[in-house]
Every structure is written in structure tokens, then in C-alpha cells.
Design a binder for this molecule. Sequence first.
Ligand code: SF4
Length: 473
Amino acid sequence: MLIKSSPDRYDKLQILGGMAAADDILTAGKADSGGHSLSGKFAAGSFGSGPNRVAYSDPRKNPAPGIYKASLPNGKKINLMRVMFTDFCKMDCAYCPNSIYVPRKRYAFKREELADTFMELHQRLAVDGLFLSSGIAGDGTKTTQRMVETVEIIRKKHGFRGYIHLKVMPGASRELVERAHRLGSRLSVNIETPEPDMMRRISPHKDLQKDILDPMAWINDLTSSTTGGAVGQATQFVVGAADESDRQIYRRVDQMYTDWNLKRVYYPPFRPARHTPMEEKPPVHAGREHRLYQMDWLHRVYRFSTDEIDLAFDHGGFLSLEQDPKTVIAMENLDAFPIDLNAASRDQLLRIPGIGPVSADRILQNRRGHSIDNWRDLQAMGVVRKRAWPYVVFPGQRPPSGKQLRLDLFGEAQDRRAAEAAGVSLPPPKSPALSAVMETPASYTPDHTCIPGSRGAMCAGCPVMRPGSDTAT
Ligand code: SF4
């Protein structure tokens, strides 16, 4: 009988690969699909595990422990060996399962051992790239040095030229950041929380400016001023750990995208970990993560300005869980609608709920051949009629402006009544007009004759439609 007294490298890969799975950077994320409303497991009141957290949902398809499917920046899918150098950490981050608070056995790879394991799996065609993270053993510089030396073995001794995402530990020196930049394909430093005082509360021994923002600025200097080496950086928050608002997160995200040309920001929600000081703190609603990815998408892909995105936050600085941010912004900007689909620019089309970059480009392309004049063509171009109809005009479609306003506000009023019935308190409505609507009874009288069974252009998206039906009540 074989009795193992110490873990071999595959045992370590299983343990430390499992720990790295909690890291959201480079997970294939469904949030990239952009502004859709919440439904199913992301609906208000439900707690999911987040979108596509682990791509190999069927363990039988997982080629080895610690190996996950990931999307590269160019959209290509690869098998990524995602592993921590060690799960030992001397830090006291109050939310983290690797912190000093958690009593459990810890493991660490040796440099050669980790490099050889990766190369062996690569030669067996089980992995195409490496994502290397770690707890902080010693200090940020020493830990980053061990990780850099491991990657040096992989690059220089074994000649591997593929994808390597290297985490830079908080507090790493500039010299280590430069070495990491020369070796990695992408670098990241986890920001965790937007403000220095919040960092002091949840992670007393981390200095947000010195340990995290300075290394991020150095990475930006290197990626923007030198050729070769890592091509960009990413970061991630632990959403809700410091009770920060979505607006505070957005302020920091805006600064990082603007100043440091970040490639991606990730928004994993806080989940309580046993034995930590925050184990009694409730988990953050999965819908909040989804809304933050939508906000990020509006900023990064749709190029919404900071002033526009500001309209999406409520009085407490949070994004609505009931409405996606693009719809909230449109409702706050009703004077800009309806938009003529036959004359609008691409930027204007992207402001319409239910129209994304692909459908906007298709509208512009189709417009060159003929005018837009029916919903069937628009739906074939990818326009979501139910969301877009109050905001667009074309021959045969004109939402009455007064009615449009009333319908939109009525929709929000309905959400508020549902929230109140479920015992969820929402901040007060922003506009006095909405307050007036809130005082009216839950009934609605359309300003035209409503014909049961009708399916005209006026009916799409109408709040008196029966839920799940195409037919007006
Ligand atoms: S430094 Fe990182 S691994 Fe260590 S306790 Fe803090 S969050 Fe966890």
C-alpha cells in the first residue's frame, strides 16, 4: 500500500490551482454581452456564483486540476493553467480565505517544480498558457521575485513563448515590476477597493497608493514607453468588502482607464470566508456584479462619458438592480429621444436601449441601401424591440413623447412596488415627476383604445402587456 507523507506536485496543483480559481481575472466572462436586464439567477433576491466562474463546468472535461478555459484579449480560447505559487500569506485582509486568520495547512511550489510541471503539461498539449498568482510570503518584492524567477525558467530554460499572465504582488519594487514586464504577456495588480481609507479598514497593512497604485503606474510607464514585454494590465475589486458605493468604484475605474489605459477591470462580489473577521457579513448580491460589468461596458466599449454614466447612479451612489444602467441613463435623458433611426449617428444609436455595437453597425450598413421602416428588419439586425421601441422613430413608428415618459416612469414605479412588496428598500426616486407617479394607484389607462389580442407597434414594450405574453390585457 502506498502511503504519501507529503504532497507531490500534482497534489499541489490540485490545491493551489483550486485556490487560484477564486481569482476572477481572465475568467471567460458572460458580462461582456453588455446591457441586458437581470433575469433568472441574477434577478433581485437571488445569489448566484457569478457568470461562467469556471469554464469547465463538467469535471470530466477538465484535463487536469488547476486548468481552466479562458478567453484571450483577441477572443481566442485557451487552456490556462491557473495556479498560486503559494497559498501562504502573512497579510490580514479581512475578507480573504488565504489571510492569517484562517487556520489550515498551506502549500508552496518550488520554482523548478512549478516550471517543470507547467512545461510537462504543455508538452502533453493539456495547457496553452499560465496564470500565476500567489499569497504574500515574506513581502511583496520577495514573493514577486520567486514568481518572476519561475517564469524566467519557463521562458529561458524551456523556451516557452506563449501566454503568461503574471500577478505583481502589492508592494513589489520597481526593479521587480520591470523584470515581470519583460517576461509576462499581461500583468495585473489587484486593487480590491477604490479608496485608501477603505483599504485601511479591510486590509490594514496594505497602503493603496504605495503598494498598489504606484506599481500600476510603473506598469503603465513600461507598457506605453517600451516595445516588447507585457502588452497591458488588468485589475480587480472585491465588490462590497469595504461597503463602498458603485459610484466610488466607478470614479476609480474611470481614473484607471483614463490614466493607465487598463485592458480590463474585474468585479467579483464579496463572499464571506470562514474564520475571517467578515465571515458574518452578508454576501454581495450577484446582480451588483452584473450591473458593474454593464457600466464598465458602457464606458469601455460604448464610450459613454463620465457625465452620462453618472446619471445611472441613484442617490446613494448605487446602480439599479431592476434596470440596466443604459436604460436608466436613457430615462434620465428623455429629451434626447425619440431618435430617428434613418438619420442617427453611430454614437446616437448606441445610446438607445436595445441597440448594441453590432446592431448599430447593421443599421448604418442597411441604411445605405434603403430606409429603415419596419420592426421585422430591425429585429433581424439584432435590435431588441421590447427595449428600443419607446426611444426610436422611423416611418410607421413614433412613440408619443408624453406617453413615452409616462410609460417609462410607470415601469420604474412597478419595479418599486415589487421591491416594496418583497421588503427591499430602494432610495427615493430622483425626479419629482416620478414621485408623483409613485403616489398614483397601480393602474394605467392608455391614451388610445387597447384592443385585446392586438400586436401593433404601439403594443411592444407596453407595461399593460401580460407578463410573458405578446398580448395586451
Ligand atoms: S494579500 Fe492577497 S492573498 Fe494575502 S490575505 Fe490579502 S488578499 Fe489574501
